[in-house]
Design a protein. Structure first.
Length: 114
């Protein structure tokens, strides 16, 4: 696991940060817009966004005096690659099991002949 994957997974353990990412899924939002949807203060939302940004999971775009945040797909790719590795392992194990089952003769009771 790379440092980016570890950092991203570490920051996502917090339910508020996960909720922030869910809210950003639909597009850019300001801190104020996010605060309206969360049970935490605006300074707390700003702090969570800073942590998500440092982990590479969100980006920020200044627009006048506002800052608009959005999900960074590149940052999420590290998390997805890590999760996908489990799927790859599970699929490989399933294929191996299926191939072994095809080579073992079965009796009418479902048990292999001995």
């Amino acid at each position: 696991m790379t440092y980016g994957e570890v950092q991203a997974l570490d920051v996502l353990h917090d339910p508020t940060r996960r909720r922030v990412l869910e809210l950003l899924r639909d597009g850019e939002r300001s801190v104020g817009e996010l605060t309206d949807q969360l049970p935490v203060s605006q300074p707390a939302v700003s702090q969570h966004l800073g942590v998500l940004k440092s982990a590479g999971l969100v980006t920020v775009r200044p627009v006048g005096t506002r800052r608009l945040y959005r999900v960074d797909p590149d940052g999420l790719s590290a998390v997805r690659a890590w999760v996908d590795s489990f799927w790859d392992d599970a699929l490989a194990a399933f294929v191996e099991h299926a191939e072994q089952s095809d080579t073992e003769p079965a009796t009418t009771d479902g048990e292999p002949d001995r």
